[in-house]
Design a protein around this ligand. Structure first.
Ligand SMILES: *Cc1c(COP(=O)(O)O)cnc(C)c1O
Length: 383
């Protein structure tokens, strides 16, 4: 039986629709109670002290570097294997993204290479929990403390990722989440910063809303306020927050289904020759199971377009995370240059991997279908 298994589909129910309708029926579209409640609920879920809603993960990361005052002459260490947003957030301030390769086994930033990339200009480190697998944060923090660097965790794929029981985003100085449709939960567009640092949270609230000194509710005479700093408009609307409040309730169910799917798929793939999976073997590192990243062996890697095409014909949706090491993307290549053979582990993931979905819109039975399809396609190549 042929199936149609899209890589990612947002799961929006009657609750989200009703919540949006309720906002639309009222007068308050921004500056309302829903953004506040969403922040409280997300903080409660992650056990964060402070949560600040923003218009996207990219906006949240940019806001942090902007608020810290980074600019030309400053450097921030960024993994070569990530979404371009991690690097763009730095570059938007005029600071320089200094790229570091990833580990072969997990796709996470290579900690030994990280320390050698630090220069007197380095102000911060950005790490990405790659596909939801937590970075070894205690080691990152040890390096950061030694060199007095700020640490930002890009948690775009890390809702539910934990290290020693601590949620991703709480081990560095700040963590930033994405609620784009194919992530673990969605608000259509949206993001959240979590942090232990009260002063940083207050600064971010100021800077995400033009640098205005008091919120809408705090204005004694309507329409009166002062502006005490430069800032953006990176707020989240009440419509987006209303969806978020409902989606937070679904996180435990979403994550449980992802884990079941991931286990079923990875078990079914262990006996398949010619491939490997990015993973950690250490149970201290709890993944959010964003997807199963299948790495093709050297010999069949050049056939990837054909393999993907045949999987798609069988109804198995796929993706590639991420399609290029960021420094190889045209914008960065033209700015900083690119040498073939640099960032080999990041290049291997971009050039040799196929991302298979384990999303909560799929079942364990769909995972069997996916594994069978991949096995069939790979067998067909060799005959
Ligand atoms: C999706 C993604 C982003 C961008 O998130 P937006 O909310 O779309 O800005 C940033 N970093 C990583 C690792 C991502 O996967």
């Amino acid at each position: 039986m042929h199936r149609n298994l899209p890589f990612g589909t947002p799961i929006i129910g009657a609750e989200e629709r009703a919540a949006v309708q309720e906002v639309l029926a009222g007068p308050i579209l921004v500056h309302g109670p829903r953004a506040v409640k969403f922040e409280e609920d997300f903080a409660a879920y992650t056990k964060a002290l402070h949560a600040v809603s923003v218009s996207s993960c990219t906006a949240g990361m940019h806001l942090i570097w902007f608020t810290l005052g980074f600019g030309p002459g400053d450097e921030v260490i960024v993994p070569a294997q990530t979404h371009v947003a991690t690097a763009h957030a730095v570059e938007l301030t005029g600071a320089r993204a200094v790229f570091v390769d990833c580990e072969h086994r997990t796709g996470n930033i290579d900690l030994s290479a990280l320390e050698t990339a630090i220069t007197p200009k380095t102000r911060a480190i950005a790490v990405v929990h790659f596909l939801g697998l937590p970075v070894d944060m205690p080691q990152v923090m040890e390096i950061a403390r030694k060199h007095k660097l700020f640490v930002l965790e890009d948690c775009a794929l890390a809702v539910g990722s934990k290290l020693d029981g601590v949620h991703a985003g709480l081990m560095g100085d700040a963590g930033v989440f994405s609620f784009y449709p194919v992530k673990h939960m969605t608000t259509a567009e949206g993001g959240m910063v979590i942090t232990r640092n009260a002063e940083l949270a207050t600064d971010l609230r100021l800077r995400k809303a033009f640098g205005v000194d008091r919120t809408h509710g705090e204005r004694k005479i309507p329409g009166t306020y002062d502006v005490v700093a430069l800032g953006y408009n990176y707020r989240m609307s009440e419509l987006h927050a209303a969806i978020g409040i409902e989606q937070v309730k679904r996180i435990p169910g979403f994550l449980a289904q992802r884990e079941r799917n991931y286990c079923a798929l990875s078990n079914a793939l262990t006996s398949v020759p010619g491939i490997g999976l990015l993973a950690s073997s250490d149970i201290r590192f709890k993944s959010s199971y964003y997807c199963a990243s299948v790495i093709l062996d050297e010999a069949i890697a050049p056939l990837r377009p054909d393999i993907i095409g045949q999987l798609n014909v069988r109804g198995v949706g796929t993706s590639v995370y991420y399609p290029q090491p960021v420094p190889r993307m045209t914008y960065y290549r033209e700015k900083y240059g690119w040498k073939d053979g640099s960032f080999p582990n990041a290049a291997r993931i971009s050039d040799h991997s196929i991302a298979l979905s384990v999303g909560p819109h799929l079942t364990e039975d769909d995972m069997m279908y996916t594994a069978d399809a991949l096995q069939e396609v790979l067998k067909g190549l060799k005959s």
